[in-house]
Design a protein around this ligand. Structure first.
Ligand SMILES: NC(=O)c1ccc[n+]([C@@H]2O[C@H](COP(=O)([O-])OP(=O)(O)OC[C@H]3O[C@@H](n4cnc5c(N)ncnc54)[C@H](O)[C@@H]3O)[C@@H](O)[C@H]2O)c1
Length: 365
């Protein structure tokens, strides 16, 4: 009897830099993947290096990320540090021959993000960005609905994430302009921008008209206590806690995007509404796992119909990391150079430029 040849998957040696909430999701994703050896961690907190190192038998534990890159013989690395560090760390890792996934946002601005794409191209390695919300079960199910064509051409979308009280790290790097690059739009608006453009089939954003406000943070209101980052007493609140934007899309479509870390509303609100020529659809998400609903309005046999597609499993970071590893294993590294995430960064830059100017601005212009 002959047996079919076993397909062998090359084991990959992985490392994670940064052990706040985001880094912990990458650690969990690698630790649960039987084709990966999680061999090194880097963070500034000894107690987190010990906790996650011990929990997953990780031999390499480094306060110095450059030492980790030099000594740990990694194939892939996740970068989950404060946003302004992503570009420097990614470029060094790519130059060292590693494939890289960074947390969102890719960088503090499009210029830094563009340097990362150049580094990926010149190193010939994968550069990916973790857009974990597009891996949610409601988003993957609605994407299947859209791709079936039942909604027809999508020409308008409304999307937003408004928290009741959720400024992350009030008084930390999160609320300092030069380290985060921006506030609610940069932090959570980017998830809604990413998932909505993904659902709409990636139309290019051509122009933005936006406004920003800071009504909670400067008064010390609206903080969530989220994250491990150290609060620096006296840190001014330099970013926005509410941003709204009107985006023009290639082909004539438009999008309204709102994001806020803190508002006088009863509870967190996170939604996407798609308007198509043959149907409409909405995602409502109350902010907690399992609390998602998709509704589709269309016609079935000429009769107006309201449908409730079943929400799939939440993939989140595990799926984002698995997707990255698949890109690495595909060997088609040139196709994954971070340019999609760079386009997101260009839209966010244009929103901030528009808010400063009080006028519509071209994206990438
Ligand atoms: N995808 C998501 O849903 C999501 C959620 C939260 C945060 N994030 C993103 O993840 C990134 C990190 O956010 P966080 O909330 O985990 O931050 P955090 O401040 O809680 O943790 C940052 C980690 O980076 C480490 N670090 C900082 N400087 C370092 C250095 N020089 N060398 C090694 N380690 C260093 C810190 O020690 C800490 O462990 C940010 O870009 C943020 O926007 C993404």
């Amino acid at each position: 009897m002959t047996t079919a040849p076993q397909e062998t998957v090359r084991r990959l040696r992985a490392g994670v830099i940064g052990l706040g909430w985001a880094g912990q999701q990458h650690v969990a994703a690698y630790a649960a993947d039987p084709t990966v050896d999680l061999v090194a961690l880097s963070a500034m907190e000894d107690h987190l290096l010990a906790r996650f190192g011990d929990a997953h038998d990780v031999p390499g534990r480094f306060q110095d990320w450059q030492q980790m890159l030099a000594e740990a013989e990694l194939d892939v690395v996740s970068i989950a540090t404060p946003t302004f560090l992503h570009a420097t760390m990614a470029a060094a890792a790519l130059e060292a021959g590693l494939h890289v996934i960074t947390e969102k946002p890719m960088a503090q601005n499009a210029e830094a993000a563009s340097g990362m794409v150049e580094a990926a191209r010149s190193a010939g390695r994968v550069l990916d960005v973790s857009f974990n919300h597009r891996q949610r079960g409601d988003v993957t199910a609605l994407k299947d609905v859209v791709d079936s064509g039942v909604l027809g051409t999508l020409y308008y979308a409304k999307t937003g994430w408004i928290r009741r009280q959720g400024i992350p790290g009030l008084g930390t790097w999160f609320t300092k302009a030069e380290s985060s690059g921006g506030g609610a739009m940069m932090d959570i608006g980017i998830h809604m921008l990413d998932m909505t453009l993904h659902l709409m089939g990636e139309p290019a954003v051509t122009a933005a008209s936006a406004s920003t406000h800071a009504e909670f943070g400067p008064l010390g209101r609206g903080g969530s206590g989220f994250g491990v980052s150290q609060v620096e007493e006296g840190t001014p609140f330099e970013v926005e806690d509410l941003a709204t934007a009107f985006l023009r899309l290639d082909g004539g479509g438009t999008m309204l995007l709102e994001s806020s870390w803190a508002q006088w509303i009863p509870e967190d609100l996170c939604y996407v509404t798609l308007y198509g020529a043959d149907g409409g659809a909405t995602i409502e998400w109350g902010g907690s796992p399992g609390n998602h609903k998709i509704t589709v309005w269309t016609e079935v046999a000429g009769i107006p119909a309201e449908l409730q597609p079943v929400v799939g499993e939440d993939g989140r970071h595990a799926a984002a990391v698995a997707n990255f590893l698949q890109k690495v294993r595909s060997g088609d590294w040139a196709a994954h150079d971070g340019s999609l995430a760079l386009r997101r960064a260009e839209v966010i830059d244009a929103c901030y430029a528009s808010a400063r100017a009080g006028a519509e601005v071209r994206v990438g212009g």
